[in-house]
Write a protein that binds this ligand. Structure first.
Ligand SMILES: [Zn+2]
Ligand SMILES: [Zn+2]
Length: 444
């Protein structure tokens, strides 16, 4: 990890007083025109690293004085502000402001492709991004060899769980201290843990199995969309979604009704009506589900390509469920049954029922209808595993607290609870209870 100065650089006051040229040099956006294009938060932390400042220093001392509202002063920027600032990777009003301000400071023209601004009219913010970082260890190690470590926007997307390049699951816990790490933090450096500072690429990444390949399809759908961003002449219009839904109803539903589409997608009828009249656009998860059911890509939707060719879609045909689907692959119930039985009996690692449903291209309620007893057994196993994981985490945390207390004792310092949260993976109600308990046990 780079050795950052605790306080700001000597040149900073001079920079503002004399209006010196911006200290954020023109770094290139990494992975532009590819599915693994860099995220805006990664760009910001690389800029900070480049001039040997922390992200917090850059926010408070370089960027803040240039903003009209002084909300980034050192007193106001706390740990919790960073998760709000990380929304810069999305498509909201502040994402645009960050592209503008960072673009002004770095003279980089490509920052609009480091978040979802290009797709703001067709993808809503809700449930779009993860609060914590996810990464592909193989990607990280490759990037380190090429001396260009950054964090792709794709891995910040909540729906993306696998790396399309390496076909492996993404990781979200540090291989060294097991902490989760937020997307943006005061001293974050791409590729390194915010809790212990270790390299995040050290662990291994299990491969996605063929029965779960829908996760790779999802990662490819989103990645391809991010890759074409720079080739689009303008932001796709909001009407594109309503047109697309109308197109599906017109060409894919036998009775051409919104109700039939809702039934097929196993969603509330009112959602389809809202999309159709433009009141709302589907959340990314729903849009991806539609893509999978109808074998359409996000790029085709963004480009409006679905209007042009009529031969790509076969005429609607009856399926066994009586619904009209053209390109949904049939659900392999015997295979699903086998998988769930293996999970319930412990032959396969535990998984959520909803994840099994997704990987089999069916809705979770269909799985419960199919065999609710088995679904409950699978859920029980998943919960057991979660409890075990939590117990392990708690054990590690208690050890970390005790270690800290010993350190304080040897330095004759008073232990500070906030310091514990800062060092070891943040604060939560549960973690506060643990700290209280350990303090009590130690007679503090
Ligand atoms: Zn990868
Ligand atoms: Zn760590």
């Amino acid at each position: 990890m780079s050795n950052k100065q605790q306080n700001t650089c000597e040149w900073l006051p001079e920079f503002h007083e004399k209006r010196l040229p911006t200290p954020l040099v023109n770094l290139n956006v990494q992975g532009l025109n590819t599915p693994l294009v860099e995220s805006l938060s990664s760009y910001l932390s690389r800029c900070a690293d480049h001039i040997d400042l922390t992200v917090k220093d850059v926010l408070c001392h370089v960027i803040s004085p240039l903003l009209s509202h002084q909300y980034l002063t050192p007193a106001r920027v706390t740990e919790s502000s960073f998760s709000a600032i990380a929304a810069m990777n999305g498509r909201c009003g502040t994402s645009a402001e960050w592209v503008r301000v960072l673009g002004m400071l770095s003279h980089c023209q490509d920052l609009i492709h480091t978040n979802f601004l290009m797709f703001r009219n067709i993808i809503p913010d809700k449930k779009l991004l993860n609060r914590d970082r996810s990464w592909c260890p193989v990607c990280l190690n490759e990037l380190r060899e090429q001396n260009r470590v950054y964090e792709p926007l794709l891995f910040n997307v909540a729906e993306v769980k696998a790396c399309p390049r390496h076909g492996c699951w993404l990781v979200d816990r540090c291989p060294c201290c097991q902490s989760k790490s937020p997307v943006l933090a005061p001293r974050i450096v791409p590729g390194y843990c915010t809790s212990c500072g270790e390299w995040l690429g050290a662990g291994n990444a299990p491969q996605v199995s063929p029965s779960e390949e829908s996760y790779l399809r999802v990662a490819n759908l989103v990645g391809d969309l991010l890759a074409v961003g720079p080739t689009l002449r303008e932001q796709p219009k909001r009407e594109r979604i309503a047109d697309f839904i109308a197109f599906l109803i017109r060409t894919r539903m036998k009775d051409k009704s919104a109700r039939a589409l809702a039934r097929l997608l196993k969603i509330n009828h009112s959602y389809v009506l809202d999309w159709l009249n433009g009141a709302y656009v589907p959340m990314l998860g729903n849009l991806l589900w539609i893509c999978q059911v109808f074998n359409v890509t996000l790029v085709e939707i963004a480009n409006g390509d679905f209007f042009e060719e009529s031969t790509a879609y076969e005429p609607a045909c009856e399926t066994s469920t009586g619904l009209n689907v053209t390109s949904q692959s049939p659900i392999d119930w015997p295979m699903i049954h086998q998988t769930m039985q293996r999970i319930a009996s412990g032959e396969e690692p535990p998984r959520k029922v909803i994840d099994i449903a997704r990987s089999c291209n069916c809705h979770v309620s269909a799985l419960y209808q199919f065999d609710s007893r088995l679904c409950k057994a699978v859920t029980r196993r998943y919960k057991d595993q979660e409890h075990q994981r939590q117990a392990q985490e708690e054990e590690i945390f208690v050890a970390q607290i005790r270690q800290y207390l010993r350190e304080c004792q040897s330095l004759e310092m008073l232990p500070i609870k906030n310091e514990i949260y800062k060092r070891f993976g943040g604060r939560s109600k549960k973690r506060q209870e643990i700290v209280e308990r350990v303090f009590e046990e130690e007679g503090l």
